[in-house]
Design a protein. Sequence first.
Length: 111
Amino acid sequence: MAQLTAVSVTSAATTVTAAAVSASDTIAQADVGTNGALLIVINGGGGSITVTLSDPGKTALGNVGTTTPQTIPAGADRWFRVSPGHVDPSTGFATVTYSGTTSVTYKLVRA
């Protein structure tokens, strides 16, 4: 598990460099903040992958929230909005998992 690094985009042109993912990554609550963050996952691999943002929420009965994996076809990218609700209050991190990591990179910007 690795912690993803976020970049703040300013009024000046900002370079956001893609970095490799691991099978399970975290995003710090400080990077999500109150406005959320934008995560782009770039699949440079030869097959589709799925990306899942964990839902640490609990129902009134204490059941864990439902997550829905999102598919990214080979050679494509997808944007994800990481909201403050994705952050687990007990750990202070949001968790992102990937079904494959070969040639998969990300960019993370604070909203």
